[in-house]
Ligand binder design. Structure first.
Ligand SMILES: Cc1cc2nc3c(=O)[nH]c(=O)nc-3n(C[C@H](O)[C@H](O)[C@H](O)COP(=O)(O)OP(=O)(O)OC[C@H]3O[C@@H](n4cnc5c(N)ncnc54)[C@H](O)[C@@H]3O)c2cc1C
Length: 592
């Protein structure tokens, strides 16, 4: 893989940090009134020593973190990823062995102090907003998607931090921050994947009031821990009757030593990420929070950050695909010229460049929407405000609503498109791409899971469509957001044309009835994504330096023109689907 600092070689990412992101807004949202810094001045509590005291301090701190991430990703991890992928994992009677270069890279990340990116600084974490966390996920995933998941699992500490008891937090979170304990999230079962409300693994209390879990979970990443570090498995289990649905599910913490890892999956990609089958036999468990809230509250509240994490991973994979293809096309000659100059190849490369810029704009905006509500919500709850009153807080309410739309939209779009980019990157490598000699084969294989796990694309569409239908009404929040953002720059004619077609798609969708609504929801969500991405890139162009803006203006023009073709095709598809549905309804025999 390309060697170098993956932050420093990425102009777009640097533009986001240096010119595009409104740090006044985001640092304000994350730090409140710089409460931690002020507390540090009074208490001298060393855990708060890194808390920034003003916006510039915060941005300098974030830059140091992404610099280190980019350095480790581009110089250590990326250079080991092919060997790691080829060696893979070893399973022997419940124990999983990891390739030595991966173990070494894990230790390097720990030593660099950047492992606990999602954890609060009070518990040994970095204490950074989601907008920066997503950048780290991207940088690491560009080098190696399996490794990025290992880091992500360490950061499941944020779930314990958020919902666990004080004792639980003290016992487990600092250890996770040190990278000596790895989290796993056990939701899926052999018979229940997307259909989580029906999972049947059981949790029961014994005569002493201690919880025990019985059942089998499937596809559980890092349930085996990592190398010599054990796991804690956050487990969704039924405390209500078998038919009690989502409200009969509760959340538990189970120590890895109390379950048996019966096997790891032999997978198409992510060869260094252990996907475990976990057997619980009277496994001791600690209840997290209240019974009955496991899925409806705790898993749901983690959904936005979890989706962003996989969107960040997909972003890194997309960037890797683009960079490796560009490098290869700049070296490979056919017919006496570099293939990068052959129009058909150039066309693919140009599209890849447009996509990574547009995807990153979407990813960062989705992170912004979460940053705008999440930390304020936590502060208000911490200050003793009731859950009900927090939900009434106007800032929390409006940004959370937007985030609930933006995160599935982003997860769907970037995970789907990283597959397209990986496909094209392999194509540009020709026959060599089909061999394991080049990294693109691994990139292509690793990309394939991103639109399946953490909620398939189909489920992201289900989650996003409501935000369009209600959000695009005359007083809807999405419409207000769009109108507000459009006021920040002068929109191009191409973007306004896409907007007009998108409005038509939404109007048409309002007329659709029955099952057809689910069938064509994808076309509506895709149209929204394309319009919003064009808007975000144009908005960012109004913030960057003149030289960068000139190039990006051309880029977004082509992007919007492509969007226009796509959204118009979606209009035709929705109309066609209605025609087909009507004619088959007419052919149905009359009921007797
Ligand atoms: C490598 C890997 C790692 C994983 N890690 C974890 C983990 O750490 N923890 C964990 O709990 N799980 C994990 N999973 C499981 C993963 O989240 C599920 O595979 C995923 O949610 C899909 O569930 P399923 O495989 O049962 O597919 P199914 O739910 O059977 O879906 C099959 C198809 O039907 C579609 N479909 C299903 N229901 C609907 C619907 N209502 N509307 C529209 N379409 C629908 C789906 O989109 C899909 O195309 C992992 C899986 C893999 C492969």
């Amino acid at each position: 893989m390309i060697q170098g600092n993956y932050f420093e070689d990425n102009e777009d990412l640097q533009l986001h940090i240096n010119e595009i992101t409104d740090w006044e807004e985001l640092v304000g949202a994350y730090e409140g009134d710089f409460l931690d810094a002020r507390e540090y001045q009074q208490s001298g509590d060393e855990k708060l020593a890194m808390a920034p005291g003003n916006v510039q301090d915060a941005v300098d701190y974030y830059k140091t973190i992404v610099q280190s991430s980019g350095e480790l990703a581009g110089t250590i991890l990326s250079q080991a990823s092919q060997a790691m992928d080829h060696e893979g994992l070893k399973y022997d009677n419940g124990k999983v062995g990891f390739p030595q270069p991966m173990v070494d890279a894990f230790e390097s990340v720990k030593e660099a102090g950047i492992m606990p990116y999602a954890t609060n600084r009070r518990n040994g974490g970095l204490g950074i907003p989601l907008s920066v966390q997503t950048m780290m996920m991207e940088l690491t995933s560009r080098a190696d998607a399996s490794f990025a998941i290992a880091m992500g699992c360490v950061n499941l500490s944020e779930t314990i931090e958020k919902f666990g008891s004080k004792e639980m937090i003290e016992k487990y979170v600092p250890q996770m921050s040190r990278g000596e304990l790895v989290g796993a999230m056990a939701l899926t079962e052999p018979n229940y994947g997307s259909d989580l409300p029906n999972v049947q693994t059981r949790a029961e209390q014994d005569e002493n009031g201690n919880w025990k879990i019985n059942g089998t979970k499937r596809f559980i990443t890092h349930a085996c821990g990592f190398d010599k570090y054990p796991s804690v498995i956050l487990t969704l289990a039924r405390t209500g009757k078998p038919e009690s649905g989502a409200r009969g599910l509760s959340f538990f913490l189970v120590e890895g030593k109390d379950v048996f890892v019966a096997k790891i999956e032999h997978k198409m990609g992510l060869h260094c990420s252990p996907t475990c089958e976990v057997v619980y036999e009277d496994s001791p468990a600690q209840l997290i929070g209240e019974t009955g809230q496991g899925l409806v509250k705790y898993a749901m509240e983690m959904m936005n950050t979890a989706r962003l994490s996989i969107a960040g991973q997909s972003m890194g994979i997309a960037e890797a695909a683009y960079r490796e293809a560009k490098k290869y096309a700049g070296e490979r000659e056919q017919f006496g010229r570099l293939i990068q100059d052959i129009p058909a190849v150039k066309k693919m490369l140009n599209r890849m460049e447009r996509e990574v810029v547009a995807q990153r704009a979407l990813l960062q905006e989705a992170a912004r929407t979460v940053d705008r509500y999440l930390w304020r919500k936590e502060r208000l709850l911490h200050d003793g405000m009731s859950d009900r009153d927090v939900r009434k807080d106007e800032e929390v309410r409006s940004w959370e609503k937007l985030a609930n739309f933006f995160t599935p939209l982003t997860k769907y779009y970037i995970s789907e498109t990283c597959n397209v980019l990986a496909f094209d990157a392999l194509q540009i490598h020709g026959g060599s791409g089909y061999t394991e000699e080049y990294d693109v084969a691994r990139i292509y294989r690793d990309a394939r899971i991103t639109n399946i796990y953490e909620g398939t694309t189909q489920l992201q569409v289900v989650a996003a469509i409501g935000g369009i239908v209600s959000g695009m009404t005359a007083n809807g929040n999405l419409r207000a957001y769009i109108e507000g953002e459009l006021k920040k720059f002068e929109a191009s004619a191409e973007l306004l044309a896409v907007q007009s077609d998108f409005e038509e798609v939404v109007s048409l969708y309002r007329e659709v009835k029955g099952d057809l609504r689910d069938e064509v929801a994808f076309e509506v969500v895709q149209s929204a994504a394309r319009f919003i991405m064009g808007l975000l890139v144009e908005r960012s162009n109004s913030r960057v330096n003149a030289q960068a803006a000139a190039h990006r203006k051309e880029l977004v023009k082509a992007y919007n023109l492509e969007s226009k073709a796509l959204v118009q095709a979606n209009l035709i598809r929705i109309k066609n689907a209605s025609v087909v549905a009507q004619s088959s309804a007419q052919k149905e025999p009359a009921a007797v």
